[in-house]
Write a protein that binds this ligand. Structure first.
Ligand SMILES: [Zn+2]
Ligand SMILES: [Zn+2]
Length: 374
């Protein structure tokens, strides 16, 4: 059995679309017919070559933000991870990383902090296993044995399902880890896919203020419709200092209770630290490969900033997040988050459209989705 997949070569080179094998299914695994792969910031980092990890220097099937339809169930699986009946043909969402369930952190129920020791793969994109058709930019995606899988609510369109397992749930987890409380003031640095979801979740959780920062009009406008009470346009406030001053002005000189970084550049983290109130929380989500920065230790300590690094999440929150999405579907236009779709054969155009570095103003992409069956 074969399927089409987008093959990443070295950074800067064309993404190839080739037909490759679908991986063998061991008992208990699930084969997904993938309905779409979104271009996430971390995919862009790899595509640009922002990081130079060895895994980025060989061919692999990219993509992780995806969802699909159950193509084949094995091992007598008859329910999803919440005990609901599950059949072939059902639309499902699933975490894009595979906690080993055999390590210290997993044993403590901290699947987000799994070290993946002794486990063949952390993610579905086949950095290790290529050539198999199993990344987010491929027609098929394999869930290993004992992986979490959740039936998607009928009300959610396919495009919103695709963005659920990374951008939506990643920020839901970030705000959960930041212990967001009723009345908190929240700053969201970056109003792309993650930022828009962060604004809506913060607003719907009872934040008294949600301040979104971005340089692109379309994103700021969507942020305003999705819960942001104020926006800071980087064209109007071009320097870090001017943006910090604006946050201070909006929070009456106090600073924000919670600042969420979803930009993916190191400079944003340093800027954001100055926006946190004394004793507040800084949540760094986007900087997974945005480069290193020197943490100003004294500043963090004197301000008593709780600095929280975020990667992955505990699987339950993915199901909670899609159910939340159903409840707020008429309140925030979150189904408009996907701004562009491309068939897999035009994946290179999809990446060029999603690229935001060097772009200012005008219409811009919030989320670009590649459709492997279009
Ligand atoms: Zn992602
Ligand atoms: Zn583990």
């Amino acid at each position: 059995m074969k399927g089409l997949a987008g093959i990443f070569q070295e950074a800067g080179k064309e993404i190839l679309v080739e037909e490759i094998d679908v991986p063998e299914l061991e008992e208990g695994s699930v084969l997904i017919r993938n309905m779409g792969g979104a271009v996430c910031g971390s995919d862009l980092h790899g595509w640009r070559g922002d990081n130079d990890k060895p895994m980025r220097k060989k061919r692999f099937v990219g993509g992780h933000e995806c969802a699909g339809v159950v193509d084949r169930l094995t091992g007598g699986i008859s329910t999803d991870s919440m005990g609901r009946p599950l059949e072939e043909g059902d639309r499902v969402v699933f975490p894009f990383f595979f906690p080993c369930q055999r390590c210290y952190q997993c044993s403590h129920g901290e699947m987000h902090a799994c070290t993946y020791r002794g486990h063949p793969r952390m993610r579905g994109d086949s950095w290790e296993d290529y050539p198999y058709c199993d990344g987010g930019f491929a027609q098929y995606y394999k869930l290993p044995r004992n992986h979490w899988i959740f039936k998607a609510p009928e009300e959610i369109p396919d495009s919103a399902m695709v963005t659920a397992n990374c951008s939506l749930t990643q920020v839901a987890w970030a705000l959960h880890q930041a212990k967001l409380r009723f009345g908190d003031t929240v700053v969201v640095q970056g109003a792309g896919g993650l930022g828009i979801y962060a604004c809506a979740i913060a607003a719907d959780s009872g934040a008294s203020q949600v301040i979104a920062i971005d340089g692109q009009d379309a994103r700021l406008s969507l942020a305003s419709r999705c819960g942001a009470s104020s926006t800071i346009d980087m064209k109007e406030f071009p320097t870090p200092q001017s943006r910090v001053e604006r946050v201070m002005e909006l929070t009456r000189g106090v600073g924000a209770d919670v600042v969420v970084e979803v930009v993916g550049v190191a400079a944003a983290a340093l800027e954001g630290l100055d926006m946190v109130r004394a004793g507040g929380r800084y949540v760094d989500v986007g900087n997974i490969s945005g480069g290193s920065y020197e943490l100003p230790g004294s500043k963090v300590i004197l301000n008593q900033t709780q600095w929280i690094g975020i990667m992955h999440y505990n699987p339950w929150i993915l199901d909670a997040a899609v159910n939340w999405l159903v409840r707020v579907k008429d309140k925030y236009p979150l189904f408009d988050l996907v701004s562009h779709t491309f068939p897999l054969t035009r994946i290179n155009e999809a990446f060029e459209t999603a690229e935001w570095v060097g772009k200012e103003g005008g219409s811009s992409a919030t989320r670009v989705v590649v459709q492997p069956w279009a």
